[in-house]
Design a binder for this molecule. Structure first.
Ligand SMILES: C[S@@+](CC[C@H](N)C(=O)[O-])C[C@H]1O[C@@H](n2cnc3c(N)ncnc32)[C@H](O)[C@@H]1O
Length: 294
């Protein structure tokens, strides 16, 4: 059970604040903007729609449905068939988004689709199919075929608030769903997250910052689809900040997962984040350590 309250973001679109996670569902700079510029545009869906008859998207943490809605709108006038699989633990979130009118930022057609997804957990017409898998993503991820996704929208609450979904083990399962030329997008640039992606065999790069100093992350098995990390970003992956979260049996709670990482950091001889910052940013923090949503 979560208690959700409405918040207005800087682009005028609305989001929720989660009492359970003590965090907003979107960046305060703009929920709609985040969906379009953090996820859908870097996924280059329009380009793919010129080359493929079907586009496959995995929306990890469907939430209110912003990221799927942005993809539905972007591909509305293309001939490509769009298939989306969304993973979400709380079925009340998409229902509450519809009930409170938050999704009125999208076209009437998209709102109708979102409404059907929220109520029936699936939607289908001749151009699009959407399936919402309700449950812990650590289990429901197994419903998604291997090497299936052209794009993965990876949007859990921040690593300290929801470490369960940023672990080496879960990110490995997510990466296994990505096609060899697919891309994974997330708002987080935390070194621990990027390290987990690298351990899953992905090449990681930065996406342009959106309303903040820190960038987001793009990851792919095809390194040509990913801009190179700066020297500072590469070296950050060798620091204590890059000690990843671990959840060996994919069932631990957030406290246990955070404790396990803190223990590993305490025992590690890696460079500290403050030493790394002194070398690269004159000691200044530029984000990427905790990466809160808001
Ligand atoms: C930051 S919000 C996602 C926002 C969403 N992408 C959107 O555009 O509206 C994170 C979402 O993850 C869901 N969540 C939290 N833990 C989860 C888990 N273990 N498995 C699946 N979903 C989870 C929350 O209920 C919440 O809806």
């Amino acid at each position: 059970m979560d208690y959700l309250t409405c918040r207005t973001t800087a682009d005028g679109s609305l989001t929720f604040f989660s009492e359970a996670f003590q965090e907003c569902f979107h960046s305060r700079h703009g929920a709609k903007q985040e969906a379009i510029y953090q996820y859908v545009i870097p996924a280059r869906l329009l380009e793919k729609a010129q080359q493929q008859t079907t586009i496959h998207i995995l929306d990890v943490c469907y939430g209110l449905g912003y990221n799927s809605a942005a993809a539905l709108e972007m591909l509305r006038d293309t001939p490509a068939h769009l298939v989306i699989h969304g993973l979400e633990i709380n079925p009340q979130v998409p229902l509450a988004a519809i009930a409170s009118g938050i999704m009125a930022v999208w076209s009437g057609e998209t709102q109708n689709i979102l409404q059907e997804i929220a109520r029936n957990h699936s939607y289908s017409d001749e151009h699009r199919s959407v399936f919402l898998h309700i449950g812990d993503a650590r289990q429901t991820i197994r419903n998604i075929p291997l090497q299936w996704a052209d794009a993965i929208f990876f949007d859990p609450f921040s690593p300290p608030k929801c470490p369960q979904l940023w672990t080496v083990e879960f990110i490995q399962l997510v990466a296994e769903r990505l096609r060899p030329d697919g891309v994974l997008l997330t708002y987080s640039c935390a070194a621990a997250v990027r390290k987990a992606m690298v351990l899953a065999g992905l090449t990681v790069g930065s996406t342009p910052p959106l309303g903040r100093v820190a960038p987001g992350t793009i990851a792919s098995f095809n390194s040509q689809l990913v801009p190179p990390l700066t020297l500072a970003e590469q070296e950050q992956l060798q620091t204590k900040a890059a000690v990843p979260y671990r959840d060996p049996y994919l069932c631990d709670n957030s406290y246990t997962i955070r404790q396990r990482r803190e223990q590993e950091q305490a025992e590690s001889n890696l460079e500290s984040s403050s030493q790394w910052r002194r070398r690269h940013n004159g000691g200044k923090r530029v984000g990427g350590v905790t990466d809160p949503k808001c």
